[in-house]
Design a protein around this ligand. Sequence first.
Ligand SMILES: [Zn+2]
Length: 111
Amino acid sequence: MNVVETFPGIHCKQCDFKVAEQTSGCPSCGSESIEPVNLNPNGIIHSFTVVYVGFGHMATRAPYVLAIVQTEENVKLTTVVEGVSDFSVVKIGDKVRFKAMDEKIGPIFQY
Ligand SMILES: [Zn+2]
């Protein structure tokens, strides 16, 4: 698998807000003056939870780490973190890196 250097997001030219979503308007100020950008793939775990019972398409994935990751550009996003073999060592502030964009799940990060 190729190493992904960046992941897609949008940048608001009005208020400089960046978000890891593809939307037609800025989630912060509502401006439609937005442009697609490649976001920095490096981030840290801002908060997380271990999900032991998944639902729907996530059922077979459980248990897994569901985290809010804050990237170096201060973008916060909810993501699944892979590459964890021992959940007890996961802690806030851990460095993670964008891995892939999953159509069903959304962004996936990894250690
Ligand atoms: Zn904005």
